[in-house]
Design a protein around this ligand. Sequence first.
Ligand code: G
Ligand code: G
Ligand code: MN
Ligand code: NA
Length: 256
Amino acid sequence: ARTVERLREAITRDEFLVYYQPLVRLTDERITGVEALIRWQPAGEKMVPPDRFIGIAEDSGLIVPIGSWVLRESCRVAAGWNRRHGTVVSVNVSPRQLREPDFGLLVLDVLRTSGLPPEALILEITEGVLVNSGKVTEQAISHLSMLRSHGIKVAIDDFGTGYSSLAYLRDLPIDNLKIDRSFMPAPGSPDLAAQTLVKTIIDLAAGLRLGTIAEGVETAEQVVLLRELGCDRAQGFFYSRPVPEADATRLIQDSA
Ligand code: G
Ligand code: G
Ligand code: MN
Ligand code: NA
């Protein structure tokens, strides 16, 4: 309960920040996008990582105003990067946000206000958002279908860690799969099982005309493998940790 109160105050005190982690195109290793990742910086305290408060924000419903803020802030910042370098931005959206009747209108308003083109926004959702206990969640599907008709892209985050049936992938309103970092082959070992899993996900995505983004890429060997397998983009400590806006601006400029 204490954390909920402090989170509520954090919104009015403007204590949230967005960090950005580069998404690198594997054919030429240029930065073509960034993922927006929230941070909480309470005055005079250490920065709080999202896994310490996102769950609490979801349970209390505070993820709705917090998520709207992240979307508005990251689209505002990314609009500048997009004008100069064509950069796209990927924003995490929690299931609770997609249950709001106004979510679709909010996204369209943020795009209009920021000037970011719809094609430059990727919404990251988890498998559970679209399919829950085998049932398709209509509200989420209807928001995402509407937004995709405007050109916005949708990515399944942490792909492969959920329980949704593969059959759904064909019909759901999605554009990209983000391969969960638990599938990256362990550094310094052949790890044939992990290689097989990664190849299978990439082949599945190609067959369904979906893009692929590998998460948690930490070594040059993983990059070589992902490129050989035809993965589109990669994200991870090998390229960069999530960094503040000013550092992201420098990374994007240097990569252009
Ligand atoms: O940045 P970091 O790796 O610590 O993020 C940890 C987790 O928090 C990730 O799984 C990410 O999806 C989630 N997360 C980060 N920022 C946001 C956000 O703005 N909204 C939501 N819903 N989740 C976020
Ligand atoms: O859950 P989601 O994938 O949206 O969030 C990404 C999280 O993974 C962030 O908190 C980020 O700090 C973390 N992360 C990003 N790159 C790497 C990486 O290469 N290795 C590890 N272990 N974690 C990473
Ligand atoms: Mn994500
Ligand atoms: Na992820």
